[in-house]
Design a protein around this ligand. Sequence first.
Ligand SMILES: CC(C)(COP(=O)(O)OP(=O)(O)OC[C@H]1O[C@@H](n2cnc3c(N)ncnc32)[C@H](O)[C@@H]1OP(=O)(O)O)[C@@H](O)C(=O)NCCC(=O)NCCS
Length: 182
Amino acid sequence: MLRGKIVNLRIIEQDDFDIYTEWINSIEIMGKYLFGTQRSLQETMEQYGTRSREFGTFVIEKKDGTRIGILHFFDSKFGGYAKSKEVGFFLIPEERGNGFCTEAVGLVLDYLFLIHPLERIQAVCATTNIASRRVLEKSGFRQEGTLRRLAFFSGKHMDISIFSIIREEWSGPNLLGFDHKR
Ligand SMILES: CC(C)(COP(=O)(O)OP(=O)(O)OC[C@H]1O[C@@H](n2cnc3c(N)ncnc32)[C@H](O)[C@@H]1OP(=O)(O)O)[C@@H](O)C(=O)NCCC(=O)NCCS
């Protein structure tokens, strides 16, 4: 469990797959930038069974244990000269706008920079996805450029912004329970 001040990140467990499947099948929750293939519970679980250790999924929980979203990390799709990780996330609509996602991204940066000798962590979002862009900017990511018409979301091709944070820009670790003096 990665503990922050307002959210915790807990690695996904068997019992979470029903709510996870419900969320990824919901157009209201995924929104126009993540709306994707409808999947059965069994398909979701099978897909997870084939994923490597390079792919991780955290359930974002409020401090009272309420499940409010998902944060993935995985080997990045772009680059390849040095190893880098990529992060992606969503929250259920009624919990947005409270800073939960920004803290969750900060916690996963701590985790990835502490356990991997990474120089770079990246993220992508549609150029028009303001909420996602703000989360990344508030977490210390910088925009590097635009990948034109890279994505097909909700019936149209969209430009994608690519963001990164490099180790020296990382403000952490801020994890609760981490011994900062050692
Ligand atoms: C992206 C997402 C996870 C952000 O969650 P969140 O809880 O709102 O995130 P935070 O509260 O930490 O920060 C959101 C920031 O975006 C801003 N924001 C959100 N919508 C906005 C809009 N339409 N215009 C301007 N700013 C907006 C908020 O004001 C806040 O910034 P601030 O703190 O400077 O005011 C959430 O919107 C979501 O799940 N979206 C659907 C899925 C998705 O698009 N995921 C990302 C795919 S790349």
